[in-house]
Design a binder for this molecule. Structure first.
Ligand SMILES: [Zn+2]
Length: 396
């Protein structure tokens, strides 16, 4: 770790823009439920999720916020968490994250989660919404529509969704559904109709079918481009639903070539393909990346290394901060802590070695932690007066 210096101070005081996160669970969690949310896998018998880099980081860095000693044992941790209650715990960690803005993916909620407005309330920050397009498409299909009308209905529904107050971007989880080894071209209307026909036929009676058709996912990505808003794409690391090698963002190269000059494309998470993502950000104007999720899962012990690898060639205006916290507010805090500490360490070392001037280091810290996101997501995010919740928000 570098000797803390002015870069650490600047990053410690920076109101971050967490450009991709989810809500925190609003209900009190049983000990097993809490542990299972610490991992992207499962809480297997005999293998505690506390015995992971994320688990030890929670005990080291989150326990003190619950008035416990550093490295508190897991049993003490979950007992104290339960005693304080979900609302108090969420508020402590969300405030400790020190974000000025959260952009919240509202399309994945197997648990009851804080809405963006509730997240804003608990954190004292502004919160905005990112619309998950697969959910919009699945709702259109569930409402019942003729295959020949699907394309138009989906487009209308997506346009309606992004007009909701507080929506600033769209997201696709195509990585989870088909992966990125897709034909990059926009599908013809006839192909979309035919694919919709197959999709609807496969739906359980009265039920909702998951969108996994490659033609319809290509169509979804191209519809996203037409919407004109920044497009977030899950890439790399995620839960067990994923075939990791299909989520390598380099597989998007031909599609990125075809969509150049259109909307900003934000590659989320990226690990272990953050070097591939860095290459894409270096050669495609519209491409940006973050290393969210990997920050708290590697913990402060290694998140600096992940950031260093991501920044080997990434232009400094192309890296953003995200926590990708889901469910437990510990991760909103831990993501921010890992980012601040890892980035400050790596920049301060370069300043100390005279590879970087201090003003340049401070500029890079502010760009990556806040300003790149403000520039991309535009006035609603950068002007807290336009916070759709109407509450006074902290200046960013
Ligand atoms: Zn996420």
């Amino acid at each position: 770790m570098a000797t803390p210096g002015p870069v650490h101070e600047a990053l410690a005081g920076l109101a971050l823009v967490d450009h991709h996160c989810h809500g925190a669970v609003t209900a009190d969690l049983a000990p097993g439920e809490f542990a299972s949310l610490l991992t992207e896998g499962e809480a297997w018998p005999g293998v505690s999720p506390f015995d992971t880099p994320a688990g030890v980081a929670v005990r080291r860095h989150c326990a003190p916020l619950l008035d416990l000693p550093r490295h508190a044992p897991p049993a003490d941790y979950v007992a104290r968490r339960a005693a304080l209650g979900a609302q108090e715990v969420n508020q402590r960690f969300l405030r400790a994250a020190g974000a000025g803005v959260f952009l919240v993916d509202t399309g994945y909620a197997p648990h009851p989660l804080t809405t963006p407005a509730e997240l804003a309330e608990a954190s004292g920050a502004a919160a905005f919404e990112v619309v998950r397009l697969e959910q919009v498409a699945e709702e259109v299909a569930a409402r019942g529509v003729e295959p020949g009308e699907y394309a138009a209905r989906f487009r209308e529904a997506a346009e309606e969704a992004v007009r909701r107050p507080g929506v600033v971007a769209v997201k696709s989880v195509a990585a989870y559904r088909t992966g990125f080894a897709l034909d990059p071209a926009r599908p013809a209307d006839s192909e979309v109709t035919e694919a919709a026909r197959h999709w609807f036929a496969a739906a359980p009676d009265g039920g909702r079918a998951r969108l996994t058709d490659p033609v319809l996912l290509r169509h979804l990505l191209w519809t996203a481009v037409d919407l004109g808003l920044p497009l977030q794409l899950h890439t790399g690391f995620g839960d067990a639903d994923l075939r990791l090698h299909h989520a390598d963002p380099a597989l998007l190269t031909d599609w990125l070539r075809l969509t150049s000059g259109t909307v900003p494309v934000l590659l989320l998470h990226c690990w272990p393909y953050h070097r591939q993502a860095a290459y894409l950000a270096a050669v495609f104007e519209q491409v940006y990346l973050d290393v969210g999720l990997a920050l708290h899962h590697t913990g402060p012990a290694r998140s600096r290394a992940v950031l260093e690898e991501a920044l080997e060639i990434t232009p400094f205006r192309k890296l953003l901060y995200s926590s990708d916290a889901y469910g437990v507010a510990e991760f909103h805090h831990l993501g921010a802590l890992c980012f601040r500490q890892g980035l400050a360490d790596l920049l301060q070392v370069r300043v100390d070695a005279d590879e970087l001037s201090l003003p340049d280091a401070l500029r890079i810290a502010a760009w990556t932690g806040r300003d790149n996101a403000l520039r991309l997501y535009g006035p609603p995010v950068s002007d807290p007066a336009r916070d759709p919740s109407g509450r006074p928000t902290r200046k960013v």
